[in-house]
Design a binder for this molecule. Structure first.
Ligand SMILES: Cc1cc2nc3c(=O)[nH]c(=O)nc-3n(C[C@H](O)[C@H](O)[C@H](O)COP(=O)(O)OP(=O)(O)OC[C@H]3O[C@@H](n4cnc5c(N)ncnc54)[C@H](O)[C@@H]3O)c2cc1C
Length: 374
């Protein structure tokens, strides 16, 4: 047993790995495959570990850490270019590179920790922009077919924080990907009101590329969306739950309570997971369990402090998801991935009948979200 996953994940949790292979040279990929295949167990692929909740017991097989770097620009004609980037390139470095080159299309993704190769897995996104908006293709190793394949964006099953890579975790290792970017001094239209206001621009305006990229970094720092190098919130994986899809009845109740509702790219109505946690009484800084707290600036981000373990973090997630489910009948789905498990890894107990969601006593008496009656 060797290296600790805690040293390779931003939550700083996780026990020893049977074997850690660090992949740095694209040409050496066949050697990595040979080495990992000799183990007989499925390898787990790690990027920056910023969306991974590793077990206290560690991982019994091989972990491949993607550390290939580099990006190349290929003209596509007119103002369009394709940037082909290696999977281990940090996403934030790629965004800085693109902005520096005067290329628009990923400027709102700055400041997100992790690697470019992991971005298609959960269709990483922020401020209304997501990696699937510009992705042309992915070059991946298919562990089932045992060969390198090229997947077009249309084959990747992208949705809100979702993709084929996430629904079939472990099948593909993304080696490189292509992004179609636009040579432009202006950013894509700003889609978030508070970001627009921070730049003194109207919603939908196209601010200067560099100004938009800088505004995103500043906004992330101010709103607890950046990963601090030190301090009480330095150990975290960002948002712990996806914003859940809600039914029309739940949507009406959320709206009556003044809660947020937005339509995702698949047409589903979603509310804010952070808002639901706050309706359950949680606040920035709340202690959830041993060593597990809401971050000092954001309820939806849980941080690990002294005494935290993967088990206590998982219990904290289960506690929060159970409270939301019992109060509102809405199932929260965790955002971080657990090595070796599928995405539905967080089991929430079935709702006891006596806590079933109460119906309004008459159509004229809407249930109040704050009093947990819907
Ligand atoms: C402070 C903070 C802010 C964040 N903000 C956002 C945000 O705004 N939007 C957002 O979407 N996410 C956000 N995240 C979550 C996370 O940073 C992103 O999901 C990021 O894309 C994960 O990259 P990673 O390399 O760290 O992935 P990892 O944690 O290493 O891996 C995540 C998953 O991807 C798989 N994977 C990794 N690399 C590959 C590869 N090359 N091929 C195949 N599978 C692979 C892993 O097996 C695992 O299943 C945030 C996290 C933090 C800590």
């Amino acid at each position: 047993m060797g290296e600790l996953l805690a040293d390779h994940t931003t939550l700083r949790l996780g026990g020893p790995v049977h074997r850690l292979l660090t992949h740095t040279d694209p040409a050496a990929w066949p050697d990595v495959v040979r080495s990992a295949s000799a183990e007989g167990t499925a390898p787990f692929v790690l990027g920056g570990g910023s969306n991974t909740l590793a077990d206290d017991a560690g991982y019994p097989g091989t972990v491949i850490r993607m550390a290939t770097r580099g990006a190349a620009i290929r003209p596509l004609g007119g103002d369009l270019v394709e940037v082909v980037v290696q999977a281990g390139e940090p996403l934030s470095a790629l965004v800085a590179f693109a902005v520096d080159q005067g290329l628009s299309g990923i400027e709102y993704l700055g400041g997100i920790p992790g690697t470019t190769g992991a971005a298609p897995v959960q269709n990483t996104g922020a401020y209304g922009q997501q990696i699937s908006d510009t992705l042309t293709h992915v070059v991946a190793f298919d562990w089932r077919l045992e060969r390198i394949v090229e997947l077009r964006a249309a084959d990747c099953g992208f949705g809100y924080r979702a993709s084929t890579f996430k629904s079939q975790l472990g099948r593909w290792t993304i080696l490189a990907l292509g992004l179609r970017l636009l040579r432009s001094a202006s950013a894509a239209p700003v889609a978030y009101r508070h970001l627009a206001e921070a730049m003194g621009a109207p919603l939908g305006a196209r601010p200067p590329l560099t100004q938009a990229a800088q505004a995103v970094i500043t906004d992330r720092e101010q709103r607890g969306l950046a990963l601090p190098g030190s301090g009480p919130d330095a150990r975290q994986a960002g948002s712990v739950f996806l914003n859940p899809v809600i039914t029309p009845v739940q949507e009406a109740a959320v709206r009556r309570a003044g809660g947020p509702v937005h339509r995702d790219q698949s047409g589903g109505q979603r509310t804010s997971a952070g808002w639901l946690l706050e309706q359950c009484g949680y606040r920035p800084g709340s202690r959830i369990g041993p060593g597990v707290y809401c971050s000092d600036t954001r309820t939806l981000t849980l941080t690990t402090r002294d005494g935290a373990t993967a088990a206590s973090f998982t219990s904290a997630l289960r506690q929060l998801a159970t409270e939301v489910f019992e109060a509102y009948g809405i199932r929260l789905c965790p955002e971080p991935v657990r090595p070796g498990l599928t995405t539905g890894w967080l089991e929430v107990p079935a709702m006891p009948s006596h806590r079933a969601v109460a119906k309004p006593s008459s159509p004229n008496q809407p249930p109040a979200v704050g009093s947990r009656m819907w």
